[in-house]
Design a protein around this ligand. Structure first.
Ligand SMILES: Cc1cc2nc3c(=O)[nH]c(=O)nc-3n(C[C@H](O)[C@H](O)[C@H](O)COP(=O)(O)O)c2cc1C
Length: 170
């Protein structure tokens, strides 16, 4: 059964946000953990708002909530590593996607230091090591345009996907 839902200007902001979130629950997305490190310290968060922008120069974007615990460190360090999760990483995603203290998040796995100084999961499906080339304002979020400096690709493994407010394996 199809359910049409107009998002009216007469609706409250909370109603419009809820309608949008319900719609976005139908958009399946790869789950990643984005890490950073540097003078502003280590931080990381689970992210599905990660998309390719261009292959020239190799660039991806990450949408980061301005109110999140990782925000100050990501902005100040200016570098991130985007780790694309495999089916085995569900618990790690919960750690980095909940209100867990940063040391407990990183204690959930072994990490390797990347060239930029951020952190790579050795068994990520792929890890993109990036410097943040520019930032655009996206209301509650910043859109980080991340220039990819190195990729580390794992040839096997199954993907962890977030769909309908739950984890799926592809
Ligand atoms: C599956 C999933 C996807 C998420 N995607 C994003 C995202 O793309 N951008 C973002 O800023 N936060 C995203 N979050 C929330 C962050 O992981 C956030 O850091 C987390 O809720 C913990 O908040 P805190 O770091 O402020 O304690 C996502 C959370 C989950 C569980």
């Amino acid at each position: 059964m199809l359910a049409a839902k107009k998002i009216e200007t007469a609706d409250t902001a909370a109603e419009r946000s809820a309608a949008y979130r319900n719609a976005m629950a139908r958009l399946a997305a790869a789950v990643t953990i984005v890490t950073t490190d540097g003078e502003a310290g280590r931080a990381g968060f689970a992210a599905t708002a990660v998309t390719s922008v261009s292959d020239n120069p190799p660039t991806l974007l990450v949408c980061l909530n301005k109110g999140s615990s990782a925000y100050p460190a990501v902005k100040a360090n200016g570098v991130v590593t985007v780790n694309v999760l495999s089916a085995d990483h569900q618990n790690l995603s919960r750690l980095f996607g909940g209100k867990t203290p940063v040391d407990e998040r990183f204690a959930g796995a072994e990490w390797e230091r990347t060239e930029t100084g951020a952190w790579r999961l050795p068994d990520a499906l792929v890890a993109f090591d990036c410097r943040i080339a520019s930032v655009a304002d996206g209301a509650t979020h910043d859109v980080l345009f991340c220039e990819v400096l190195e990729t580390v690709i794992r040839p096997d493994g199954e993907a962890l996907v977030y769909f309908d407010r739950g984890y799926r394996v592809v």
